[in-house]
Design a protein. Structure first.
Length: 419
């Protein structure tokens, strides 16, 4: 059997191709079982995210055409539409690739942790669908172990590389306890959602979400246990905010110097941290002139992100070394599986000899043989029977000048080499 994977990702295919090859969560189990029912496939799993689709299989041979034809059939697409974007990995290359994916080294954002959760979901779906066997099961488990070791032993995830994460990190530097602060988030897009998620993870005390469309603000607020307001209500709530993060598509500033100055007075000059992630800007630049206001723009955060990316790149070099070690460990495990049947047969043979010798010894005791004599005879007969076949084979190897077999026997039985 051969471990093989075919896939596409953000580096090899545009989103127009990736979306056509995506496998929705609600149909993933049935798709897996269809793939697994192919005669040449003994194990199967599918990882499908917005940035990648990868099929992991244990197959009778390293034949990517089987997988390509199945994808074409399952997606009702001509192979020519997607094969130029595909990559194939087998055996050690597949193991290394999977470990790198799990560790975030193959992600659009280097070191991002979300992919590990997605890989665990792919494993769980395949496990529940009954399409995993010994090898892929072990490979997934080892991937999780490798990713954990990379996270633990390197700084690849310690520095933020998204503007939302960087904004929250800045807030933590200004306020000792986010649990005592109120955050006002303006907008309801992906950046604001990500900011809300990071704030909740860091234990923010309260979240207010303002948006031009109240329903969108409400939907996001419910998700994070927050409070929704319409954009028109902003002047009434601005003074409540210790942290303000804004990211809208407005062509004109939403917050001017005068409005922020009024809020600061109501707050009795308690500091306010503001982050403007919008382009064009949502907050007038003159706000920065106000005392007790800390205003940052997306450019300020990008400088921090660039520095943090350098840190991650250095950590990635360490991570690659860890992964190479983990690949070697998994390959050693795979090789050991080839010897399991031999070990089982050898044990079965030894147990049969033991049982036959023991039966004779017990019979001798019943016939009146003294226990000491019966035990000595048992030990003598058992030793002779256990070493008979290996001794005969070593003797024959020596007669035929098969010195390699004699040397192997010395290593196998931990014997001193003949002089």
């Amino acid at each position: 059997m051969t471990l093989i994977a075919v896939g596409i990702n953000h580096n090899t295919a545009p989103v127009s191709i990736r979306e056509r090859l995506a496998y929705p969560a609600e149909t993933l189990a049935s798709s897996l079982q269809e793939l697994w029912r192919i005669n040449e496939i003994s194990e199967a799993a599918i990882l499908s995210t917005c940035n990648r689709t990868e099929l992991y299989c244990n197959a009778a041979q390293a034949n990517q055409d089987i997988l390509i034809n199945w994808v074409a059939q399952s997606k009702n697409l001509p192979p020519a539409d997607f094969t130029p974007y595909l990559y194939t990995r087998t055996d050690s290359d597949l193991i290394r690739h999977m470990f790198r994916v799990a560790s975030g080294l193959d992600s659009m954002i280097l070191g991002e942790p979300q992919i590990l959760g997605q890989l665990k979901s792919a494993y769980q779906t395949a496990y529940e669908a009954g399409t995993l066997g010994r090898d892929l099961n072990k490979l997934f488990q080892h991937s999780f172990t490798a990713a954990k070791k990379v996270r633990t032993d390197t700084a690849i995830g310690s520095s933020p590389v998204s503007v939302a994460f960087a904004a929250v990190q800045f807030a933590q530097k200004i306020f000792d306890k986010l649990s005592e602060q109120t955050a006002l988030l303006i907008g309801a897009g992906e950046t604001i959602e990500l900011t809300a998620r990071h704030l909740v993870q860091q234990g923010i005390g309260r979240i207010i979400i303002a948006n031009r469309t109240y329903d969108k603000a409400h939907a996001l607020a419910v998700q994070f246990g927050g409070y929704a307001i319409a954009l028109s209500e902003l002047p009434n709530h601005l003074a409540e905010a210790d942290i303000v993060v804004s990211s809208t598509a407005s062509q004109l500033p939403i917050l001017g110097k005068g409005r922020v100055e009024s809020a600061i007075k109501k707050r009795k000059h308690k500091p306010m941290f503001m982050v403007d992630l919008a382009v064009p800007r949502d907050i007038e630049p003159e706000v920065e002139q106000l005392r007790d206001v800390y205003l940052y723009t997306v450019d300020d955060l990008k400088n921090t992100i660039a520095e943090n990316m350098n840190t991650r790149l250095q950590a990635a070099q360490q991570a690659e070394e860890i992964i190479e070690t983990q690949v070697n460990h998994f390959l050693a495990w795979l090789r050991s599986q080839g010897a399991q049947s031999t070990i089982r047969e050898y044990r079965k043979q030894a147990e049969q000899i033991r049982d036959e010798t023991l039966i004779k010894a017990l019979q001798a005791l019943k016939n009146g043989t003294p226990p000491e004599e019966a035990l000595n005879r048992l030990a003598h007969n058992l030793t002779n029977k256990l070493i008979h076949t290996p001794s005969a084979q070593i003797r024959e190897a020596a007669e035929n000048e098969r010195h390699d077999i004699v040397a192997a026997a010395c290593e196998l039985f931990k014997l001193p080499k003949s002089q």
